[in-house]
Structure formats: C-alpha cells, structure tokens
Design a protein around this ligand. Structure first.
Ligand code: KG4
Ligand code: ZN
Length: 346
C-alpha cells in the first residue's frame, strides 16, 4: 500500500488543532501538529464557555491549518484526504471544524473523513508505537473515563467507564475547593507529594460492585465535607491540611483506577493477545502516581504498559489525522452530508 498523507482538524473542546500525518496503518508519523489552547479565554469563568470556545475555533481554524501545512512543509495539494473530528464534543466547536473541513475539501477536491474524537485517542498507540490489535486502552481525561478493548480501527468494546464525573474533572474540582491553580491535576499532584495519604480516608466508590464501572462524584463530596469540617474547627486550612487532603484524594483515585484496570485487564487477557498491551491516553495519564500504579499492575501480568508522549495524550489533531488515515486506508470516507454529533459513543 502507498503512503497516505492526511490533514486533520480538531475543535471539539477548548483546543483548536490541526496536523499532518503520513504513512500507513500501524506505520505512520506526525509531520506537523499545531495546538492553539484557549485557557486564557476561559480562565475568568472557572470552566470552558461553549460560546466563547466556538467563536475562537471559527476565528483560528484557518490559521491553525496554515501553520500545520507550513510546519509539514507541504502544500494542500500534497494531501490525500482531510479528516475532522465530527463528535463527540461541544456542538459549536465541532460544527466549526466540520464546516472548515468541508470548505477545504470542496475547494481542493479532497475526500472528507469524519472521525470520532474518542477513536482518535484510542488509536494513538498505533500512531506512536505501531501497536497491534487487540489492546486495552484506558482513556482518562477531563471529559472522559473509559476502558476500551480495541480490536480494530472501528471495532471497540467498552468494558466500563465512569457513571458520573471524569477523574480530571474531580482533580480540577479538588483544586478549586482548596484554592489551588487550574488545571487542577498538576497542582493537586504537586501538593500530594508533600502530604500524608492516610490522614483522610476517602471512599473508594464502586469497588464493592463487580465490573469495570467507576464513579468520582462521591469522592468529590467527601473531600468537600472534610475541608468544611477543618474550616469549622480551625477557621481555615493549613498548608499541611491542603497537602494531606490532596494526598488522600489522589490515593483514592489511584486505588479505584488500579483495581478497575486489574478487572479490565482480566477481561482483555481472556482474548489471549499475542503481545498484550495496556495503553493510556487523556490528560490525567500525565499523573505520575496513576502511571506508577498501572505500570506495577501491567508488569505483574507480563503486559507492556504504554503511555504516549503527553502532547499526543491530550487533545491534538495528529490523533485525528491518524484515525482518519486508518478509515481512509480501509476504503471509508464521508460526503458533504457529514454532520456534527455532540454525542457519539464508540
Ligand atoms: O485530555 P485533556 O487535556 O483535556 C480534556 O479533558 O479534554 O485533560 C485535561 C485534564 C484536566 O482535568 C487536568 O486537570 C488533568 O487532565 N490533568 C491531570 C494531570 N495533568 C493534567 N490530572 C491528574 N494529574 C496530572 N498530573
Ligand atoms: Zn480528548
């Protein structure tokens, strides 16, 4: 098979991204990847404001595409297809991306490929390491938390996932409750290294139930109660209180993720993969305590643990280009009727 060159656009949340990827399924490389974040635009609101995000995407997508082509040192005419995130995500942003991609395809006469954002995350280990199917993927971010058994580029089994909040959301909320900077993940992790994880014993939700589903909202409430009790007793929080609360919170997240991953791993191993792999993706995969727990778990079962570079773990367009490349190589593409889908389970 000939190498394919795919341009992709991603705008499903608060990052405007474009990238160019070249190669074949299981053997592709990133020629360029541009991500224009919007943290500064949403900082005053304590979360992503969909209207502001959509407007920023619409204003920046063409600049982003131009930068991606320049970085790849290729003209648009060198592309074989244009891939775009068609969902799930904030509808205004997804629409901006789909319309921009349609415009490029209509103007340049290129095929259009709609990509599921979650498939983009789930296929990243194929882009970075050429991993063979089937593999186990733990997707943990600010918006998602699920275990996927990846059997093919469009063949995913969801083994379980969160029934309420995503872990990244819980980290961000914890940081907000304790007056730590956003995004919460890195600041809570930094505090946790200075704290005692045993001082506060937070709940491990759903561990008593079979299966791979997770829950994080109870944990958040428990943290709020512990914080309020300290404030009522002492009139405020000390540095040590903050560190101990973070350490206790993170320990609970790690315990829950590790145990549920152990169960997902057992289901995956029942498929007797020749070269078992467990991969992670999403911003929370940056957490060193979570990584360490998963590494211990995988080495105990002779499974390779794979964490893509952080820039490809968090939202980016290279993963969308690669997932589009897999679809296109399999003879799949879309037409101008491609619609933006706010909800789109794998
Ligand atoms: O995948 P991502 O960049 O974006 C979306 O969720 O769309 O993930 C961002 C999330 C945030 O909630 C952030 O707090 C969390 O990932 N995060 C972390 C760490 N670094 C980022 N959570 C825990 N520990 C970290 N070191
Ligand atoms: Zn994502």
């Amino acid at each position: 098979m000939q190498d394919l060159t795919v341009l992709a656009l991603e705008s499903s949340c608060d990052d405007t991204a474009a990238a160019v990827v070249r190669g074949r399924p299981g053997a592709a490389r990133v020629l360029s990847s541009i991500v224009l974040g919007q943290n500064d635009l949403h900082a005053d609101f304590g979360g992503v404001v969909p209207e502001i995000a959509a407007r920023a995407h619409a204003e920046r997508l063409d600049i982003c595409v131009k930068q991606a082509l320049t970085q790849a040192d290729l003209p648009l005419s060198a592309m074989d297809a244009v891939a775009v995130t068609a969902g799930p995500g904030l509808i205004g942003g997804v629409l901006s991306g789909v319309m921009c991609a349609k415009g490029i395809c209509a103007g340049a006469g290129l095929p259009l490929i709609g990509v599921n954002h979650l498939a983009g995350h789930a296929l990243t280990p194929r882009l970075t390491d050429g991993v063979a199917f089937p593999y186990l993927m733990l997707l943990v971010s600010g918006g998602h938390c699920q275990f996927l058994l990846v059997r093919g580029h469009d063949d995913f089994s969801r083994l379980g996932g969160t029934i309420d909040d995503a872990p990244g959301e819980a980290f961000d909320k914890t940081a907000r409750l304790l007056g730590l900077p956003q995004p919460g993940g890195p600041s809570v992790q930094a505090e946790a290294t200075k704290g005692d994880p045993k001082r506060f014993r937070f709940p491990r939700p759903l561990l008593d139930r079979p299966g791979c589903d997770l829950s994080f909202s109870g944990l958040k409430t428990a943290l709020l109660r512990a914080r309020d009790a300290l404030i009522a007793d002492q009139g405020g929080l000390t540095e040590q209180d903050r560190a101990d609360l973070c350490a206790g919170f993170q320990a609970a997240v790690v315990d829950v993720l590790a145990e549920k991953t152990r169960r997902a791993l057992a289901l995956y191993m029942a498929e007797t993969p020749a070269e078992p792999v467990i991969a992670v993706a999403g911003g929370v995969a940056a957490n060193t305590a979570i990584r360490a727990a998963l590494e211990t778990l995988s080495s105990g079962t002779g499974t390779r643990f794979l964490a893509p570079p952080l820039a490809l773990c968090t939202d980016n367009a290279a993963m969308i280009a690669y997932a589009g490349l897999e679809r296109f190589a399999a003879g799949q593409s879309d037409d101008m009727a491609l619609s933006a889908r706010p909800r789109w389970p794998l």
